[in-house]
Design a protein around this ligand. Structure first.
Ligand code: NDP
Length: 269
């Protein structure tokens, strides 16, 4: 029987994951089916258990169920535990293993696609929500010179610094930024509302790579602001494609090539 996977969310019609995984399967010669799965807001756990009963091999999890997925997993990987959220579930031998590939996706997009290694760099992470939390451990594992978390609600950033307990990690307020960083990652949801986090122009210089986790047809306000102050800019589409490649590798044991898939997806926006 052909192995079955899906992406679970609410809403889910907009998800690009089925297209990405279909491209990876074709490229690597893997035989699988990957569908969209809409779960009721109060019915995530039932939906997952039904998938397990139907013989599915795994599922990606998107908004708003990443915390619910961590709660129903029978085992969490280290990176999922650190993230406190799960975007990749694997079903085998009665176990539900929760993993989080968002951070690896970001790191691989920076290092492989953008050609910007994190090692030795000064990195600024804007935001302290689910997306930010998911990328902290994978970024620290790259050995940055420092990783600074700036958040509107300072206490949330302080709590993350305390949780990870790394000497490379510190928190600050948006107003405390006085000099440019090598890499600036916008993990706030401000872009969704067309807003800019209140960061000063001094955050950026010509050597800065500014990445917004959001993606769409047009550059975000953050990308426009960073670009107008000399930074090289990038959106979150590469991260999306790379987190999917990491999930595909977890499930199938084969790593797909991402550049052509990223190009294809970009053209379809
Ligand atoms: P959360 O709701 O968990 O967190 C939102 C964060 O944004 C908080 O830190 C919040 O600060 C901050 N924030 C919200 N509005 C503003 C504002 N106007 N100014 C400054 N800070 C603000 O969201 P997520 O972490 O789940 O998602 C964040 C973004 O990441 C979304 O755009 C999402 O689409 C994107 N994403 C992209 C992925 C990809 O593969 N490319 C993967 C995952 C997420 P406070 O604590 O003060 O409320």
């Amino acid at each position: 029987m052909t192995d079955r996977y899906c992406v679970i969310g609410n809403p889910i019609a907009h998800s690009k994951s089925p297209d990405i995984h279909a491209a990876y399967a074709a490229q690597t010669g893997q035989s699988l089916v990957y569908e969209r799965c809409l779960a009721p807001l109060d019915g995530f756990a039932d939906r997952v258990h039904a998938l397990v009963a139907q013989g599915y091999k795994g599922a990606n999890v998107t908004v708003p169920f990443k915390l619910d997925a961590a709660a129903i997993a029978t085992r969490l990987t280290e990176r999922a535990r650190a993230a406190g959220a799960v975007n990749t579930l694997s079903f085998a031998d009665g176990a539900i293993v929760g993993d989080n590939t968002d951070g690896a996706g970001l790191v691989n997009d920076l290092t492989r696609n953008a050609g910007v290694p994190v090692a030795g760099k000064r990195v600024l992470l804007l935001g302290a929500g689910g997306a930010a939390r998911g990328v902290i451990l994978p970024l620290l594992e790259q050995g940055p010179l420092e990783l600074v978390i700036a958040n509107r609600t300072r206490a949330t950033a302080d709590a993350l610094v305390a949780q990870f307990g790394s000497p490379l990690l510190r928190a600050c307020g948006f107003g405390d930024i006085t000099e440019p960083f090598d890499i600036v990652i916008n993990a706030t949801s401000a872009s969704l509302a067309g807003d800019l986090p209140p960061i000063p122009a001094e955050t950026f210089c010509q050597e800065t790579l500014a990445l917004d986790m959001m993606y769409g047809k047009q550059p975000t306000v953050f990308m426009q602001f960073a670009g107008s102050h000399g930074a090289r800019v990038r959106d979150g589409l590469g991260m999306l494609v790379e987190q999917a490649a990491e999930a595909f590798t977890v499930w199938r044991g084969v790593r797909p090539e991402t550049p052509a898939v990223l190009e294809q997806l970009r053209a379809s926006l």
